[in-house]
Design a protein around this ligand. Sequence first.
Ligand SMILES: O=P(O)(O)O[C@@H]1C[C@H](O)[C@@H](CO)O1
Ligand SMILES: O=c1cc[nH]c(=O)[nH]1
Length: 318
Amino acid sequence: MSSGNSFHAVKTEEELSLYIPQEGLVQLRNPHINGMDEDVLYHIALSNKSNNLTEMFQDVKFVCFGGSPTRMHKFAEYLVEELKIKIPAGLTVTNIAHGSDRYVLYKVGPVISVSHGMGIPSLSIIFHEILKLIHHAGCSDVIFFRLGTSGGLGLEPGSVVITEESVDGLLRPYMELSTLGMILQHPSKLDQDVARDLVSLANSEEDGYVTIIGKTMCTLDFYEGQARLDGAFCDYNEADKMAYLSRVHKRGIRNIEMESLCFAAYCYRAGIRGAVVCVTLLDRLKGDQITTPHDIMEEWQSRPQKLVAAYIKRKLNI
Ligand SMILES: O=P(O)(O)O[C@@H]1C[C@H](O)[C@@H](CO)O1
Ligand SMILES: O=c1cc[nH]c(=O)[nH]1
């Protein structure tokens, strides 16, 4: 790390050159973990001493994250059908993280479906614990996905955006994290091959909606951070909002959400191949409020799930 002044540090070229995709076993870039007697994964109520993580998770090849616990439960149930996994009649998938009420975590064959809550701080915590979980379990060659919702820019609501690159509200392609009194910048690059493979599985004519690759803006807030006029506070007018969103759109940003920057930065830092697939719930160039009926919204939210399930099936030759 090189520190230009006492509050700001950027990664050196040498440090960045370590960020190559990992082949084989999932490694942690933290020398302290392997020296610990026990590692408690507090927010998912698991530990490498109290649970046989190898027996429980070693076959995991895909981890799918999404904001809402209900969505990730439904995705797990959908995977049971799609991957033709046998579970005893009358039973449903079990929340393995039931000892904590922070997140839900399901395992369906080689897939983990886990909720991440809203925003970067919540995503960051579960990302750390999932990465440690699959490391302790001895997993290899794992791919991560975020299946989410977003506000679109210039797209028909219900369109699906696969993130090419994630940028912050200032359009910078890295996540800033305050560490030891300094601001560290973590580049937010995503795996372009996974994005291309995903988009090749979509067929706009058959699907009835478009699936595109585009840049995603990730903000720290849903209201002012995303230039909405309908929050409890607002110090700008409609013209200011439209000038900002038009500028963002001209820079290739196709959707706005609240987790992709951290997800991309941590995947890159961990050497894990990752993709972000989000449906758009509205066109932010036309409005702020989300008024679509619940049943339509449910169907829209299943679109990233269908695409990622198709990718997983292709990889598993199902
Ligand atoms: O994956 P989800 O749908 O939870 O992500 C977006 C970004 C925020 O967390 C949330 C705001 O409504 O939706
Ligand atoms: O406008 C939107 C919709 C979903 N999620 C967001 O972060 N923004």
